[in-house]
Design a protein around this ligand. Structure first.
Ligand code: FAD
Ligand code: UDP
Length: 389
């Protein structure tokens, strides 16, 4: 489809960062944008669609929306209704399912009998290693739960996922996972936990619909192939930071993933041994983590959370992978050396006043969706005000 090549803002990437910015520039500032996206769809890594079995899947790994920001939730609520959900995860090791994240239920499984919160607290007080300011992911876990639980649930998973020892990763990586002494089984800490009722892709479509013809989208296109033919006053870049500068200082490290999907009809589920615990499902929870015994890190059966009315189900095994040609840079790797390299690239961005770097890849930060929405709201306001004044 032909697009108008004369716009106010050129936006690279149609993920949360790009689409929120485009919507805001259009509706709040009356500015016209062109979004150029190299994939065939909107939504970036949050893209969802039905697979051949009719099951709604998050194509680039499970995306559990959560937030403590009323502003972000209110903003997105203009474009979607919500399906409140409490994301439930288990960990499978030593031939059994364990409650995860660690809480009183996990402790009872460990000792094989009922216990009280006080007893678990006392266990933790005895086991945890006193570290005032944990400097890495090993320290952040042993200072909360001690060596035994850290080695059971975190060491193997983290080595697989990052191909690095937890000692070499920032404390924030494993520190994301809550540890509780009560029976709260939720995987996440945030107050608001819900999925867009009709899925993420629908929500992105509504955002663009709100922007009307102020926003055009060019899919299947790398911006570098069209850049010279587009006239714009400002550019928003949401792709990888180092790629923008042709890896001038060297490549920033990323981790990639490989997804292996398997679908089941109700008849196939019935034949499964051991019989799945819930009708219509393959595994007992939305996500099961495999810290030690398998090559994959987790199996996700997202139908538990979407509560889709569909008789088939699909599970997705997630294998960590090295990043390289033809692979997606899913995760920035938070550790001191990458932070140093990142800092050098961030310095370069300051030489480009008509360019904004927004989003997880462009800032090289392990941010969640709500943090990206907040960033895009703030940055698009600054850009809009500057361009309109
Ligand atoms: P992206 O979604 O990555 O969008 C950037 C877009 O830019 C991409 O579509 C890309 O194709 C495009 N692009 C890049 N280079 C070019 C180019 N040269 N030309 C044109 N287009 C280009 N967050 C949560 O809150 N909860 C979760 O449960 C959660 N789970 C996650 C699970 C996985 C496996 C991953 C990888 C991330 C997860 N996240 C989760 C994080 C979430 O995906 C991000 O916070 C959010 O999607 C970032 O949005 P973005 O727009 O910055 O980036
Ligand atoms: N983690 C772990 N064991 C688990 C779950 C998580 O060691 O069972 C660690 C691991 O290093 C992981 C990090 O905690 O990368 C963050 O986990 P989360 O589930 O938030 O990862 P994401 O969904 O972002 O991949």
């Amino acid at each position: 489809m032909p697009v108008d090549k004369d716009v106010d803002v050129l936006i690279v990437g149609a993920g949360f960062a790009g689409v929120v910015a485009a919507e805001q520039l259009a509706t709040q500032h009356g500015l016209r944008s062109l979004i150029v996206e190299k994939r065939h769809h909107l939504g970036g890594n949050a893209y969802d669609e039905k697979d051949a079995a009719g099951v709604l899947l998050h194509r680039y790994g499970p995306h559990y929306f959560r937030s403590n920001s009323d502003k972000v939730v209110q903003y997105l609520s203009q474009f979607t209704e919500w399906l409140p959900t409490q994301y439930q995860v288990l960990s499978f090791t030593n031939d059994q399912y364990w409650q995860f994240p660690i809480n009183l239920n996990t402790y009872e499984q460990l000792i094989g009998r009922p216990a009280t919160e006080e007893e678990f607290q006392q266990y933790l007080n005895e086991k945890k290693v006193p570290i005032a300011e944990p400097a890495n992911s090993e320290e952040v876990m042993i200072s909360q739960v001690g060596w035994e639980l850290y080695e059971k649930f975190f060491l193997g998973y983290t080595l697989k996922q990052w191909k690095r020892h937890p000692r070499e990763l920032d404390a924030s990586v494993c520190g994301r996972i809550p540890v509780r002494t009560n029976r709260d089984n939720r995987y996440l800490k945030e107050d608001f936990q819900a999925l867009p009722k009709e899925g993420y892709t629908r929500m992105f479509e509504s955002m663009l619909a709100a922007a009307g013809d102020q926003v055009q989208v060019l899919l299947n296109t790398d911006y570098r192939d069209v850049l010279s033919g587009i006239h714009f006053k400002h550019m928003i870049y949401t792709g990888p930071l180092d790629e923008f500068f042709d890896h001038r200082f060297g490549a920033l490290p990323y981790r990639s993933l490989r997804f292996e999907n398997e679908s089941f009809t109700p008849e196939q589920l019935q034949l499964r041994e051991p019989i799945s615990r819930k009708k219509g499902f393959w595994q007992p929870a939305m996500q099961v983590n495999y810290p030690n015994d398998e090559d994959f890190t987790r199996i996700v059966e997202i139908k538990h959370a979407t509560r889709q009315d569909c008789e088939n189900t699909t599970i997705v095994r997630e294998y960590p992978d090295d990043y390289g040609p033809g692979k997606e840079p899913y995760y920035p790797v938070p550790h001191p050396e990458s932070d140093e390299l990142r800092r050098r690239y961030v310095e370069l961005t300051k030489q480009h006043p008509n360019l904004s770097f927004i989003g997880r890849l462009a800032t090289y930060r392990y941010y969640n969706m709500d943090q990206i929405v907040a960033m895009a709201l703030t940055e698009s306001r600054k850009i809009g005000e500057a361009l309109v004044s």
